[in-house]
Design a protein around this ligand. Structure first.
Ligand code: HEC
Ligand code: HEC
Ligand code: HEC
Length: 190
């Protein structure tokens, strides 16, 4: 069996085994209406006041997985403009630095973009709990990610799912001429 098939088999095994519910995609509609989501009271008077997810999310750059929105693209294109802070004293820091991982077996290298993360997240969401602030110091493998650790704390839970190998494994080792680790030229793919 080739490596990709082997890993897909592992992922499906983990997904089937895990108790985490998969995103609900109902029939021909991509988004479950509020009255059918199991959270809202379908008889409640407010149900018609609330905006349906399909009405809001269908305006966004589409994705074929997860909640069907390419959120990074939505932010970059200005389709959404989320408030960065509620309290004025909250300090916002965006770090434009990419890290490239090379222990990927037969698969493409992994590019981790700090920018696409720190536009939504605080440094403290990852440092020093999930990741140490030194490339390679945390030490994690694909199996850890599939088990919900490291990148897997968010990917497959709130951010794009782990079935999208190429979104992380985005660097072709055949054409990549740079060095692994923290990149000098930040802001996207080299
Ligand atoms: C989504 C998670 C995440 C967020 C948020 C995040 N980082 Fe990181 N950071 C990482 C990962 C992953 C590594 C590499 C850890 C490893 O390889 O063991 C890293 C490494 C680093 C490094 C070391 C790079 C090197 O030269 O070795 C620094 C410095 C750093 N982060 C600073 C920050 C700062 C400052 C912020 C906030 C502006 C931040 N990070 C936000 C995930 C994150
Ligand atoms: C604390 C939560 C968190 C962790 C941990 C995390 N991510 Fe993310 N990541 C996000 C969010 C949120 C987004 C933006 C929403 C989305 O694309 O689903 C994102 C986006 C990305 C993108 C950009 C996708 C695009 O459309 O441009 C890549 C690539 C990525 N993550 C890779 C990684 C890798 C590799 C790791 C582990 C080293 C990791 N992430 C760890 C939350 C996280
Ligand atoms: C959220 C980001 C992300 C996604 C999605 C992802 N990977 Fe990975 N993968 C990583 C990171 C980070 C590493 C660790 C690289 C390192 O340590 O240098 C890794 C490592 C690997 C390795 C090396 C062996 C090992 O045990 O670590 C293989 C093989 C692999 N991934 C296959 C896959 C396949 C196949 C898929 C899709 C079904 C996939 N990955 C999806 C981030 C991701």
């Amino acid at each position: 069996m080739n490596a990709l098939l082997k890993w897909l088999a592992v992922i499906w095994a983990v997904l089937l085994w895990s108790a985490a519910p998969l995103p609900a995609v109902a029939g021909p509609e991509k988004w479950t209406p509020l009255e059918k989501d199991g959270l809202h009271d379908p008889q409640g008077p407010a149900i018609h006041e609330l905006q349906q997810p399909g009405e809001a999310l269908s305006q966004m750059p589409p994705d074929s997985v997860g909640n069907q929105v390419r959120w990074v693209e939505a932010l970059r294109k200005g389709v959404i403009n989320p408030r960065t802070n509620i309290l004025p004293e909250t300090k916002i820091q965006v770090l434009d630095q990419d890290l490239i991982y090379g222990n990927t077996g037969d698969n493409w290298f992994v590019l981790f973009p700090h920018k696409a993360h720190t536009e939504w997240l605080d440094c403290a969401n990852c440092h020093e709990g999930v990741f140490k602030s030194k490339f390679g110091a945390t030490g994690f493998k694909m199996m850890d990610i599939l088990a919900g650790k490291a990148c897997g704390q968010c990917h497959g839970a709130v951010s794009f799912p782990l079935t999208e190998c190429r979104r992380c494994h985005s660097i072709d080792p055949g054409t990549f001429k740079g060095k692994l680790g923290p990149q000098q030229a930040a802001g996207g793919k080299p």
